[in-house]
Design a protein around this ligand. Structure first.
Ligand code: BGC
Length: 514
């Protein structure tokens, strides 16, 4: 893969307003996030619907009906988990292919391929007659997610005027949460539509995919991608259009220069293995591991199942999932507002405290009062829902959006897309692990699973405190000088290496480091 570039630094003073056209393009692209979010939210509700279970997972259905059955193990079934997790496996594999397509053919075709994969998956799922159709459908959906998650954040970063890049990037996460919320609501209504409500739930996933496809016929290719592929005139024209001014020479030259530098790096994946790439690479991967080990997707995927476990009836548990979905959306807005003011680290650290306390109390309540064969009383079950909401809120203004934002802003230009592909695929890998194992873990560890996640939260808090540098207000192209070379630990990796073109260039431009 040739190097791919993201244009502009935050403080370079390029001319150009936030045009209506840019906003329209950003919203269309963010439908890729909605597509992803819809999938995250839909599977949990569908897997708790009786019609669906009876048709595809009769063993789980039979077990669910038995009064004496162990609360924690009702849903422990490898195939049921595979239904949810297969999507992430496909997304993991496809994100590397997607990063190649993205740099060779552009962001726009990558989004079109994403929506085509996605629509194929939707048709297979909505029409499913057996488990094979279901799982193959999920694999297509996963390929769609892999392609969309690679192209959309890059597209957003590249078309955004530099000064609003952070907020536009979080638009992706915001649309993920809206997708999860819509899915929860649809599940709530469809659970009363018999016998095919689940088909409608799964089928409606096609709507954001169609919008993304049709929208991608309107949006332009990013100037960066055009220039990188040597379509210079088209790149210049597009830049003028999205910036709403003819005065784009400075930004155009900067993209040209960045493309030139990135082109010198023939194999960004090899460059990523170099010592000097270690800090952003480690952080990109560790952010994803930690994001998933907060336990968020245990809740996003299996909230209805979890709420049934603590004693709610089907409807009430789907409704509780709707409430947590709403909390997720609104708390993400807090992050849009605060991320460039309070900074990344403060949000992450505050959230660790909040998530640790809530996971700990949920665990304690379940340990004390939820035996395998009884349920919690109404008040306690209500408290659990409240605690889940507080947990989700903490996640939504921190590790959720920042898990995507930080890897997109900490790589130097020449390894940015390759590095981001690692972030996407690590995210998918750990999402897969949680999706595939949560119901079994719940069955074997029972309330202990919440203490397990709480322990991870302590670890990630220590990581954020000591190893994660603050990147608020640092121009993306100044990360090496202003962040990595100044950090008490990571600076030891910032030694020049032979053939390490990118850093040498930077040193020439910005003088010796302090
Ligand atoms: C994560 C997803 C998660 C979602 C919840 C995203 O940032 O990558 O795994 O389900 O946030 O809102």
């Amino acid at each position: 893969m040739a190097g791919v570039v993201v244009s502009g630094g935050d403080a370079q003073g390029f001319e150009g307003r936030i045009t209506a056209y840019v906003i329209l393009c950003a919203i269309i692209a963010a439908f890729g996030g909605l597509m992803f979010g819809y999938d995250i939210g839909i599977s949990g509700g569908v897997t708790s619907m009786d019609d669906f279970l009876e048709k595809f997972f009769p063993a789980v259905y039979a077990r669910k009906g038995k009064v004496q059955e162990n609360n924690y193990c009702k849903y422990d079934n490898q195939y049921l988990q595979l239904f949810t997790s297969s999507l992430y496996l496909a997304a993991l594999v496809s994100s590397f292919g997607a990063s190649k397509v993205c740099s060779k053919f552009g962001r726009r075709p990558t989004m079109q391929i994403a929506s085509t994969f996605f629509m194929t998956g939707v048709i297979l799922n909505a029409a499913a007659m057996n488990i094979a159709m279901l799982i193959i459908g999920r694999l297509f959906l996963g390929a769609g997610v892999g392609f969309a998650n690679q192209a959309v954040p890059l597209f957003l970063s590249e078309i955004a005027p530099a000064k609003v890049r952070g907020s536009l990037n979080i638009l992706f996460q915001l649309f993920i949460t809206i997708g999860i919320f819509i899915a929860n609501m649809i599940n709530y209504f469809m659970s009363n539509v018999h016998p095919n409500g689940w088909r409608i739930s799964l089928g409606l996933a096609g709507v954001p995919a169609i919008i993304l496809f049709l929208g991608s016929l309107i949006i332009p290719e990013t100037p960066t991608s055009l220039i990188e592929r040597e379509k210079l005139e088209e790149g210049r024209r597009t830049l003028k259009k999205i910036r709403g001014t003819d005065n784009i020479d400075a930004e155009f030259d900067s993209i040209m220069e960045a493309s030139e530098m990135a082109r010198q790096v023939k194999d960004p994946f090899r460059k990523l293995l170099k010592r000097s790439s270690r800090p952003p690479l480690v952080i990109a991967i560790v952010m994803q591991v930690f994001q998933q080990f907060t336990g968020i997707n245990a809740i996003m995927f299996y909230a209805p199942v979890l709420f049934q476990t603590v004693g709610f009836k089907n409807d009430a548990s789907l409704l509780s999932a709707v409430i947590t979905g709403l909390v997720n959306v609104f708390s993400t807005l807090v992050s849009v507002y605060l991320v460039d003011k309070a900074g990344r680290r403060l949000l992450l650290l505050e959230a660790c405290v909040q998530m640790f306390i809530t996971q700990g109390i949920i665990g304690a309540i379940l340990l004390a009062d939820l035996s395998p064969t009884s349920s919690l009383n109404g008040t306690e079950a209500g408290i659990v829902v409240l605690l889940v909401c507080l947990f989700v809120a903490g996640f939504a203004w921190s590790w959720g959006p920042l898990g995507w934002l930080i890897p997109s802003e900490t790589f130097p230009l020449e390894t940015r897309t390759a590095g981001f592909a690692f972030a996407v695929s690590s995210n998918m890998l750990f999402t897969f692990i949680i999706a595939q194992s949560f119901l079994s873990m719940l069955c074997h560890m029972q309330a202990g699973i919440f203490f397990f996640f709480a322990a991870w939260i302590v670890l990630m808090g220590l990581f954020a405190k000591f190893l994660l540098p603050e990147t608020k207000n640092v121009p993306v192209d100044a990360m090496v000088e202003r962040v990595w070379k100044q950090h008490w630990y990571w600076k030891r990796y910032m030694i020049e290496e032979d053939g390490d073109y990118g850093y040498k260039m930077k040193n020439l431009e910005s003088g010796p480091s302090k």
